[in-house]
Ligand binder design. Structure first.
Ligand code: HEC
Length: 128
């Protein structure tokens, strides 16, 4: 009886140890593989844009097409992204502006927002 209790306790603590050790690791791995929405160009984004950082950095950004365009140029000029063929760049831009665009707003609200100087995507200074 006593033995059975001990081994049940031991099994329980092993299970807890397992969770404490592996669940955070599995969560970290899952976060690394943030899933990009399906759509034309997703593979190209995965191939070209998730090499240096995970897709999470893309998923957490919602920008206009023009702002995504500037981001890609910035990636190329300052962050080491390679040259992209015109058609590849266009497909990536199409994907990003469709899947990671700014939320649709009523037309006049968008027009008002565009008059605001803060509307433009604001580059954070590169800390390096
Ligand atoms: C050669 C490496 C490299 C590649 C390839 C690359 N990036 Fe980046 N990216 C970086 C680095 C480094 C940063 C962090 C820059 C910083 O915060 O100063 C970054 C940051 C970003 C950010 C965050 C900008 C912000 O305001 O914090 C976005 C969005 C982004 N990248 C999108 C892309 C997209 C889209 C592509 C593909 C077209 C891409 N990246 C490909 C290196 C890369």
């Amino acid at each position: 009886m006593l033995n059975a209790n001990v081994s049940r306790k031991r099994r329980a603590s092993l299970a807890i140890a397992f969770c404490l050790t592996f669940v955070p690791i599995l969560q970290a791995v899952a976060n690394e593989n943030e899933i990009l929405a399906p759509g034309k160009g997703r593979e190209l984004v995965q191939e070209n844009c998730t090499v240096c950082h995970s897709a999470a950095i893309i998923l957490q950004n919602h920008m206009t097409r023009a702002a995504w365009d500037k981001t890609i140029t910035w990636m190329q000029q300052k962050q080491g992204l390679w040259e992209l063929e015109t058609s590849v760049r266009k497909t990536i831009l199409d994907y990003l502006s469709q899947q990671q665009g700014v939320n649709q707003k009523p037309a006049n609200e968008t027009a008002d927002a565009q008059k605001n100087p803060m509307y433009e995507f604001d580059y954070r200074p590169n800390p390096l």
